[in-house]
Design a protein around this ligand. Structure first.
Ligand code: UT7
Length: 329
């Protein structure tokens, strides 16, 4: 009997908008302070789309870098998968827009919506196509541009988010490397903790929906905070248990970058040392499904991650969704 294929990430790329929005800039928009934002979230600045920049544009730039680093041509891609909740348009998918720009004429293309857990959901979906032998090379992009759907009058949310895109190429890798295990979860009964009420088919745009600011993100921050710490700890423990590993065996944890206090609380409960936990939230804020691939890309560029390192990725987000994956680099 043929044993299962090992599937892994073979290259990464990222793209960030040029525009920086600092906490001091936000002091002019809402009643907040640099001190509050730094202390309560760990964020110092975030990147925000300028006119002309788009989700698909950032995704395309990140994708081109990842493809070049994997020494692949667009025609080699079997699937383009974009994890996003902020596509350019309701349809067509952002993945199709990139497929056209790349001229990736052999690729299927679709978007996947799993909130900030989108990148991990995408990783698991891609793994299945490669394991069955249906596909060889998959381009996965985690991209979110929340700034157009953030209420810039709501200090509870507008200080938290940033725009960005991270891309990876996923394919078969050497045995005992790549994705070792993953677990994905959801609880739709908590959908109302983080959502955009209008703009879909249930409440299409009307004068009323605009006047009532229903096209913007609504969030119950404290409830998500508590939920996030619990599920980050539980799902990281689950994937480690499944591979007979302990938190101290990890070279790195790449957590979703939503709030440095969530990351610290979860790391403390897992008894991780600060040097095991990768954090870049101070520069980018919460980039939703782009957070994890952008941290990964930076850690690789800085030479932190080495061949053979054991890496856990863990995330939570709108849905609610959550999940974790364990990889041997
Ligand atoms: O990817 C998933 C996306 N979402 C999240 O991960 C969100 C998770 N939640 C959080 O990160 C935190 O709950 C927040 C950062 C959103 C809020 O921090 P908190 O420590 O939970 O504060 P709080 O909501 O309990 O608010 C405490 C106080 C309130 O004032 P009062 O009622 O005590 O007078 C808020 O109005 O802080 C106030 N506040 C602010 N003050 C200054 C809330 N936002 C701000 C702000 N600047 N930006």
């Amino acid at each position: 009997m043929q044993s299962e294929k090992a599937v892994g990430i073979v290259s990464t790329g990222k793209a960030l908008p040029v525009g920086r929005l600092t906490n001091f800039d936000l002091e002019h928009l809402v009643e907040t302070s640099d001190k509050w934002i730094r202390e309560r979230t760990g964020i110092e600045e975030r990147r925000i789309l300028s006119p002309g920049e788009t989700n698909s544009g950032l995704s395309l730039t990140a994708a081109k870098i990842a493809l070049e680093r994997a020494c692949l041509k667009p025609r080699d891609i079997d699937l383009i998968l974009v994890a996003t909740v902020t596509p350019d348009m309701i349809f067509p998918s952002t993945a199709c827009l990139i497929q056209s720009e790349l001229n990736a004429f052999n690729a299927a293309a679709f978007d996947l919506a799993a909130g900030c857990t989108g990148f991990l959901y995408g990783l698991c979906v891609a793994e299945q196509f490669i394991k069955t032998g249906a596909m060889k090379n998959i381009l996965l992009v985690g991209a979110d541009t929340l700034s157009p759907v953030i209420d810039w009058q709501d200090r509870n949310t507008c200080v938290l988010f940033g725009d960005g895109a991270g891309a990876v190429v996923i394919r078969e890798v050497e045995r005992d490397r790549g994705l070792l295990v993953s677990k994905l979860f959801s609880d739709g009964s908590k959908a109302g903790l983080l959502y955009v009420p209008a703009g879909g088919s249930r409440a299409p745009a009307t004068f009323r929906t605009v006047e009532e600011r229903m096209h913007y993100v609504k969030m119950n921050g404290p409830e998500i905070f508590k939920f996030a710490v619990t599920v980050m700890v539980d799902s990281t423990k689950k994937i480690l248990d499944l591979c007979d590993k302990k938190p101290e065996d990890l070279d790195f944890l790449i957590p979703h970058q939503a709030n440095v206090r969530i990351i610290k609380a979860a790391s403390k409960r897992l008894r991780l040392k600060p040097e095991q936990v990768l954090v870049n939230i101070q520069r980018y804020g919460n980039m939703s499904s782009a957070s994890i691939p952008v941290v990964l890309d930076e850690a690789l560029e800085e030479g932190k991650i080495k061949t053979g390192d054991l890496i856990a990725m863990v995330s939570f987000g709108a849905g609610l969704t959550w999940g974790a994956a364990l990889l041997k680099w």
